[in-house]
Design a protein around this ligand. Structure first.
Ligand code: NAD
Length: 316
């Protein structure tokens, strides 16, 4: 295995916290430079640097300082937060991607770029959404990620930058909290359930959305980043599927472990966003190209989430 040095942007976020640990397990503690716009700088768990992804000079400086070979560009403004301030979300999401792609071009880096099911819209087929299909997103987040995917392909074709990308569905994990997306309910609900509290869900009970357990998301990401470039046929972003369920189905699954758990529903602006997204995803191209397959279904995910959160609670 060639020695890699990895810089992660947005490393303090829901996925970043878990991905940083997984990459440190794989490549060694000092081979992974965690960065974020803020956060306490402790080097206890490994190198950490403050980096605003809109600061291209600092990004290049850190790449040179640590002799970075790969960037995982996680920093972004997600769907629900983006709708509160669309111009800012566009500037952060696209401005930062340009900085990453230019840095990758200048220093010969491999890039991981997470896209999202939010690139799809009302005119996209909602069931088993194909790899190649209509992308007419309804949120600034989706618009920025759809444009971002195309910029990734552009840099691959024009400049040979090795950029790899997946369209994550909603990510569910016990390790960290979500940062302002439309699928956040599916994490929050578990925290309430294990604390013995009721939950008010911001989506309607029947709203089915594609989701993915964190362990599957991390494993898929690492597998894509180590796949031979020749086997990859998609240079925009790969569809990735785990499990699709509605809030109601999730509540029933949680109640098999915690029968007293109660939920009521108060859909807000996120309901409209959710209704513009697919219900399920066809990820057969990812399965073929880099042998992707998820391990967790709704039952396995629910059992593990509850067990891990109860363990955490007991340790407090
Ligand atoms: P998050 O909101 O939890 O974390 C984002 C991180 O980016 C935060 O730590 C934040 O401080 C940082 N950040 C924001 N602006 C920054 C800036 N200017 N400079 C540096 N850092 C900045 O997000 P997440 O859920 O961990 O998502 C990570 C990536 O995965 C994002 O690109 C997101 O679009 C994508 N994604 C996530 C999900 C999901 O369900 N979590 C689904 C699809 C795609």
């Amino acid at each position: 295995m060639t020695k890699e040095t990895i810089l992660i942007t947005g490393a303090n976020g829901q996925i970043g916290l878990v991905l940083t640990e997984a990459l440190r397990q794989k490549h060694g503690r000092d081979a992974v430079i965690a960065t974020d716009i803020n956060g306490v700088v402790t080097e206890e768990r490994g190198p950490f640097e403050i980096l605003d992804v809109l600061d291209a000079n600092r990004m290049a400086e850190l790449v040179q300082k640590y002799e970075v070979t790969q960037i995982y560009h996680l920093a972004a403004i997600l769907s629900a937060r983006g709708e509160q301030n669309p111009k800012w979300a566009w500037e952060v999401n696209i401005g930062s991607l340009f900085n990453v792609l230019e840095t990758a071009k200048n220093f010969g880096l491999r890039v991981f770029y997470p896209s999202t099911i939010a690139v799809f819209g009302a005119n996209t087929p909602k069931d088993l959404t194909p790899q190649e299909t209509v992308t007419e997103p309804t949120t600034v987040y989706g618009i920025s990620k759809a444009a971002g995917e195309n910029w990734c392909q552009y840099y691959f074709e024009k400049y040979g930058v090795d950029v790899r990308s997946v369209r994550y569905p909603g990510i569910i994990g016990y390790q960290s909290l979500p940062g302002g997306g439309t699928t956040d309910y599916a994490v929050e609900i578990f925290h309430r359930a294990v604390h013995g509290e009721n939950y008010t869900c911001f989506l309607a009970p029947e709203t089915s959305l594609p989701m993915l357990y964190m362990d599957d998301a991390i494993r898929g990401t690492l597998d894509l980043m180590s796949a031979p470039l020749e086997s990859l046929t998609v240079h925009t972003s790969y569809n990735l599927a785990g499990v699709s369920f509605s809030p109601l189905e999730l509540v029933v699954a949680i109640q098999t472990h915690l029968p007293d758990f109660k939920v009521d529903y108060a859909p807000d602006f996120r309901q409209n966003i959710a209704e513009s997204w697919p219900r399920s995803i066809d990820d057969s191209v990812a399965r073929r190209d880099w042998v992707w397959h998820p391990h967790y279904d709704l039952k396995a995910m629910t059992a593990d989430m509850i067990q891990q959160l109860q363990k955490k609670l007991a340790a407090v």
